[in-house]
Design a protein around this ligand. Structure first.
Ligand SMILES: [Mn+2]
Length: 273
């Protein structure tokens, strides 16, 4: 009897949840898919900012612009990831965002993952020399590293019906079932054999992923500087290539829905770099 009961119970057991690994086998954040309740956002203006890549001066300017556009409201800043790396002042950007505490949220981008991989390598091996482009990370505190490690892959705000992600989302797949690597790396989708196949680069027959996204949530994302600002009914691509001498762009996700941008001080990197 006990054996029968046991086998019935095991039939009822839910299948093991798929383990989702990221590209570099980094430890997963405790909360990969962050959901923000209405009580944290209802009285605030939400301003979502594109890929910063260490462009600290432009970030300060854009945040000031946002504050003057909504002088009577507290602003909650959100970032689409790739806040650091490649650009001039990654440490300063990280310090600024962390100093805002719960008035700033970011998802992780492929560049946060790349620098985390380097940090973990050098923490494990004292002999390891960080490649030149990651040497800024030598000066990060334990708290900075913990902050980077805990960045979620997605942020969902049900009361305002939007999602923030670095690269993109596969339509028809719930947020908790998405592949971590796709969330930080996809730019295109090919629809083949009744399936969406994501890719970082354009392939024959592929289209920018956001063209396939039909809501109902609005998705704010970055990662695609070459395409620049993408304004679709259910998706907004905010990477306007500040790093490459373009602009840093942000948009209010509620209230005025105003879009603001700041011109880059210089071309920090060549586009094919
Ligand atoms: Mn990116």
């Amino acid at each position: 009897m006990a054996a029968l009961l046991y086998s019935l119970l095991s039939l009822l057991k839910r299948p093991e949840k798929k383990i989702r690994n990221n590209k570099y086998n980094l430890p997963n954040p405790k909360v990969p898919n962050l959901e923000i309740e209405n009580k944290f956002v209802h009285d605030k203006a939400i301003f979502i900012i594109g890929d910063v890549h260490g462009c600290y001066d432009e970030l300060c300017e854009l945040m000031d612009l946002a504050r003057s556009a909504e002088p009577n409201k507290e602003i909650l800043f959100m970032f689409v990831g790739d806040i650091v790396n490649k650009g001039p002042k990654s440490c300063e950007v990280l310090t600024l965002i962390r100093s805002l505490g719960d008035r700033a949220f970011s998802v992780r981008g492929n560049h946060e993952e790349a620098v985390l991989r380097e940090i973990l390598k050098s923490d494990l091996n004292q002999e390891y020399v960080l490649p030149h482009k990651y040497q800024w990370a030598m000066h990060l505190s334990m708290e900075d590293k913990a902050f980077l490690l805990e960045l979620p892959y997605t942020i969902y705000v049900p009361s305002l019906n939007f999602i923030v992600v670095h690269a993109g989302i596969i339509p028809g797949v719930s947020l908790v079932e998405q592949n971590f690597e796709d969330l930080v790396s996809m730019r295109y989708i090919t629809f083949e054999d009744n399936k969406y196949k994501p890719s970082s680069f354009s392939l024959q027959g592929s289209s920018p992923w956001a063209l396939f996204w039909a809501g109902p949530e609005h998705v704010y994302f970055g990662h695609h500087a070459a395409l620049g600002l993408q304004l679709l009914d259910f998706a907004t691509g905010l990477d306007t290539g500040c790093l490459y001498g373009g602009e840093l762009t942000g948009v209010f996700a509620n209230g005025s829905r105003q879009r603001l941008c700041v011109k880059a001080k210089t071309m920090y990197r060549k586009p094919d770099d």
